[in-house]
Design a protein around this ligand. Structure first.
Ligand code: E4P
Length: 216
């Protein structure tokens, strides 16, 4: 499973890369807005420091606007993936731009039929938002499982990018469901590392070592 960081914060991305745990990055308009930096230099910097795919989202909602913005975003860097919402115009944009060789991430997916359409349109990634489904008392993980099964039944090449991840259980359940990618906020990546028994165990080893006055 690839680990993507769901952030536009270059410090978080640099740390994830140092840890060897950042295979790519996803951004969205809210994450970009949080950084309070001009868009183009920010996304160019992200694409430069990240060797893997970086999703950059359009803000146009009509087909022509998505095509125009999508073509511009695709030129930011060779690892840029254009992200468009799962609407009628968004599906048309995926079909059109993927036909031109631009890799597309279809975002804001909340149902299996939406995901099926997106794969048929030729998306490189589908982004089901499981945390936001959990928020409204639906089971987000069921959607990840359904999409993985449907794509596998028909051999679709579209990769399932589990998004709107809120905790380590989401990551593990998405891995069990064989999602290709999990995009997570930096704090979830940190949580994946931590275990209290690791800290307690390490302290005991070091205390025992010090008491014995041992040396390497
Ligand atoms: C996906 O690419 C989105 O950026 C993201 O996962 C949304 O997550 P949220 O529901 O935590 O905002």
């Amino acid at each position: 499973m690839d680990f993507f960081l769901d952030t536009a914060d270059t410090k978080e991305i640099a740390t994830g890369l140092e840890w060897g745990m950042c295979d790519g990055v996803t951004t969205n308009p809210s994450l970009i807005a949080k950084e309070k930096r001009p868009f183009r230099p920010l996304v160019e910097e992200i694409c430069k420091i990240v060797p893997g795919d970086v999703s950059l989202e359009v803000v146009a909602t009509d087909f022509e606007g998505m095509i125009k913005e999508g073509q511009e975003l695709a030129q930011v860097a060779p690892n840029a993936v254009v992200k468009v919402p799962l609407t009628q115009d968004g599906l048309k944009a995926v079909k059109y731009l993927s036909g031109k060789g631009i890799r597309m991430n279809q975002t804001l997916c909340f149902s299996a039929p939406q995901a099926l359409l997106s794969a048929k349109a030729g998306a490189t990634y589908i982004s089901p938002f499981l945390g936001r489904l959990d928020d409204i008392a639906a089971v987000g993980m069921d959607l990840i499982r359904d999409i993985c099964q449907i794509y596998s039944n028909y051999g679709f090449k579209t990769q399932v990018l589990a998004a709107s991840i809120r905790n380590p259980i989401h990551v593990i359940d998405a891995a069990k469901a064989r999602a290709h990618v999990c995009t997570m906020p930096f704090n979830v990546l940190e949580q994946l590392i931590k275990h209290p028994l690791t800290d307690i165990g390490l302290k005991k080893f070091l205390d025992d070592w010090a008491k014995a006055g041992a040396k390497i």
